[in-house]
Design a protein around this ligand. Sequence first.
Ligand SMILES: NC(=O)c1ccc[n+]([C@@H]2O[C@H](COP(=O)([O-])OP(=O)(O)OC[C@H]3O[C@@H](n4cnc5c(N)ncnc54)[C@H](O)[C@@H]3O)[C@@H](O)[C@H]2O)c1
Length: 248
Amino acid sequence: MGRLNGKSALVTGGGNGIGKASALRFASEGAAVIVADFRQDAAEIVVAEIEAAGGRAMAVQVDVSDEAVVDSMVRAGVEAFGKIDVLLNSAGGGSTKDGPVTELEIDEFWRTIRVDLFGTLLCCRRVIPEMVESGGGSIVNISSLRAVIGTHGADAYTASKGGVLAMSRAMAMQWAKHDIRVNVMAPGVVLTERVAAFIKEDNPIYQKSLLGPSDPQDVANLALYLASDEARKVTGTVMRLDGGASIY
Ligand SMILES: NC(=O)c1ccc[n+]([C@@H]2O[C@H](COP(=O)([O-])OP(=O)(O)OC[C@H]3O[C@@H](n4cnc5c(N)ncnc54)[C@H](O)[C@@H]3O)[C@@H](O)[C@H]2O)c1
């Protein structure tokens, strides 16, 4: 028995990094997966991998900050698999254009807010009514350790991830009566291809990580737990996956 047998999962940002690892993990546990990404080619590669292993998946091209496109993505997913039981919002990420408030590029502030925060809002806003109709579901949002402990140097990203965290808590309150759980993962440093390319060892979270940085698979394992019925009484939580950095 797979831990997600009979469920369908929508994974945004599913073409790379944490989203990709989670899409593959969800599929290996029996879920039908909608792999949604800005990069159609990346999403298709993940779908091919899932199908080659005997799983069910479909690729959808999406910009999570565009309401009309998010609507089409959800329609396509529901049409293909009947319902959406799990939503993992993994599209997004910071960039080197970020910095202290006095130095960061203002465009980068709005880009981060638009993709990470507003994109998460739009996907939740569109999927929640589907979950209400089908009798419940699990939403897993991704914040960052930066929104939980004091760090500096990526203030636009920190602000947007703080928004994700607070908004998720509010949604958990609002939708529990419909059996919709909303939880947040707050990773420290995760060595996805994107992050591995620019992370420096003097990064404050990297340095404090007692167990070292995580792999995307580590985050996928936590996402799987939160997505599954094993976490049926878990909602409104913020789970740190930081190798102990926050207790340093
Ligand atoms: N890697 C880390 O160290 C780390 C730590 C904490 C939080 N996070 C968060 O985890 C999430 C995933 O990060 P990652 O490192 O796996 O990134 P990644 O770059 O490896 O993957 C992100 C995916 O999102 C897609 N994407 C970007 N903008 C999009 C948009 N507007 N619409 C649809 N898809 C879009 C990209 O094409 C890419 O495939 C992000 O929200 C990031 O902030 C990452």
